[in-house]
Design a protein around this ligand. Structure first.
Ligand SMILES: N[C@@H](CCC(=O)N[C@@H](CS)C(=O)NCC(=O)O)C(=O)O
Length: 259
């Protein structure tokens, strides 16, 4: 089990992962993970079979769900193997009573610990693993670095993610079935997203390699997932944003981006 996943192909992390986690996410032994087909059943297995003695699992949804993706990329960067349990949003499995008992907001991701504790919120889940496995640091190193990573996570969440999710919920036909849409408000936010992408492009146009500075961090994970989701909602990065496009190509080339 390596704590640095950066040189490993993701398939190696998921399919031949060598370690599992006990109650507190410590490395305890061999899993021999093996993929299993999705059965379509509630919370059916999608990732490696959870070993019976290590029930920690991550309730997950795949493309386009950007919040579980944050956690998957984070875990891949760390080389941490956690079994995935698929929650099919299109089938409303996240609103079923069994799932609401795990997260009353009916959202993924949720991390289930061995003692039955449920942890929601993608960033809280990543911070939990960061406290257990500080290396390689993805939430900063010294106090200033940690504050800068936090600053950029908050900026990206509020400046980029928020208007993107407004467009998705208020103006995208694929969410029209969820309830009344305020389409004018949604469409207005497309312009907000483009403006914020231009702002981020100017910020990182100063030559830094990553969003929060010289080191890849959680801020890059949050930004990549947000921008890729924006593309899914038909808001690609404007072509004049060359620094942002180059950054996206750099972070997308990391094996973790395929998680
Ligand atoms: N702040 C939460 C947001 C979680 C979230 O919105 N997850 C989406 C999938 S990306 C979801 O479950 N949406 C269904 C819903 O809100 O009903 C986090 O960071 O985990």
């Amino acid at each position: 089990m390596s704590t640095s996943a950066q040189s490993k192909p993701l398939s190696a992390l998921i399919l031949t992962a060598a370690s599992n986690y006990n109650l507190r996410g410590q490395i305890v032994g061999s899993a021999g993970g093996q993929s299993c087909p999705s059965t379509g059943d509630l919370l059916s297995c999608r990732g490696p079979h959870p070993p019976e003695d290590a029930p920690m699992k991550l309730y997950n949804e795949n493309h386009p769900a950007p919040n579980p993706r944050k956690v998957r990329i984070y875990l891949a960067e760390k080389g941490i193997d956690v079994p995935l349990q698929h929650v099919e949003i299109r089938k409303r499995q996240h609103k079923a009573p069994e799932f609401l008992a795990k997260n009353s907001l009916g959202q993924v991701p949720v991390l289930e610990l061995d003692d039955g504790t449920h942890l929601s919120e993608s960033l809280a889940i990543c911070r939990y693993f960061e406290a257990l496995h500080p290396a390689p640091p993805l939430f900063g190193t010294d106090p200033l670095d940690q504050a800068l990573v936090e600053m950029w996570i908050m900026r990206v969440e509020f400046r980029i993610w928020r208007p993107v999710t407004i467009v998705w919920r208020q103006a995208d036909p694929r969410t029209a079935h969820l309830g009344r849409q305020f389409t004018d408000f949604g469409e207005y936010n497309r312009g907000v997203v483009a403006d914020e992408m231009r702002w981020l492009d100017r910020e990182i146009g100063d030559g830094r390699a990553f969003i929060a500075g010289a080191r890849y961090s959680m801020a890059d994970i949050v930004a990549l997932c947000g921008l890729d989701f924006a593309k899914f909602v038909n808001m690609p990065i404007p072509e004049e944003c060359t620094a942002l496009i180059a950054w996206r190509e750099r972070v997308s080339a990391r094996p973790s981006a395929r998680a």
